[in-house]
Design a protein around this ligand. Structure first.
Ligand SMILES: [Zn+2]
Length: 107
């Protein structure tokens, strides 16, 4: 489970419309989220130095943090989800994208 304290968390919408959260049993999409990371410097200045990415269950916050190439992959998947919902890509294409996330989540 991700413990991000709920601060600076931004929800980018569904990353994939896959199955069931194994932690809370929620049916429905995992969401792509980012957390703005900041670091206190010189006592008063807070410097933002980047974002952390994850795919997360919006109910219980079970999910996986993403690093490196996986971040781009998850963004592609979020785009593929939107495209699939709009009927622009086939079920087969979408299934290929989603399978990657299923493996990430340990299904
Ligand atoms: Zn859950």
């Amino acid at each position: 489970m991700l413990d991000w304290g709920g601060r600076n968390l931004k929800d980018h919408g569904p990353a994939a419309l896959i199955g069931e959260c194994r932690e809370c049993g929620r049916q429905g999409p995992f969401h792509l989220v980012t957390l703005a990371s900041s670091r206190r410097r010189h006592l008063i200045h807070v410097v933002r130095y980047g974002f952390r990415y994850a795919v997360m269950c919006p109910r219980c916050t079970y999910g996986v943090e993403l690093f490196g190439a996986d971040v781009g992959r998850a963004q592609d998947l979020a785009r593929a989800t939107a495209a699939w919902r709009a009927g622009r890509i086939s079920d087969t294409q979408y299934d290929t994208e989603v399978r990657w996330l299923g493996e990430k989540l340990g299904d």
